[in-house]
Design a protein around this ligand. Sequence first.
Ligand code: ZN
Length: 161
Amino acid sequence: MIARLKWTDDRPHTLVVACSDGRLQEQTDDFLHVQLGLAGFDRFYVPGGGGALASSGRDFIRAQQLRRECAYLIELHEVERVILIFHGPAENGPPGAVCADYRRKLPWASPGLLSDRQRVDALELLDIRSEWARNAEVSAYRCEVGASHEVTFFSLDADRS
Ligand SMILES: [Zn+2]
């Protein structure tokens, strides 16, 4: 066996929190590498992505545990930047692109309501970031699947100062 890829001692100091949904992994990697220009990053991939850190009015214990896990990782790996990624269909996108973890948390909600909830959760996580992200800079994006299955990433904290 020939080892072609090399290990590096340098830590990336960036942590990405994204959903485990395998339908979006390559698109997410592409966004992080090409659009955000990140060479590497630590991955914290859990069902719900950034949303797993928020209770959404229901999963208080799970969300708290995952925020604690994040805080631990941020300290352990000297993370300076955290990128939270949420996902779901665009307004006219396929309903099947909804995040299964959000569907579980809010089974009665339409894709539009789930999208609204993700925005609220993202802003809440940004508000309480000192509790779980220490001094790291935190940003949030929503990965949206459109009608033709095209994937676009939108900032969820663009209008914040
Ligand atoms: Zn998901």
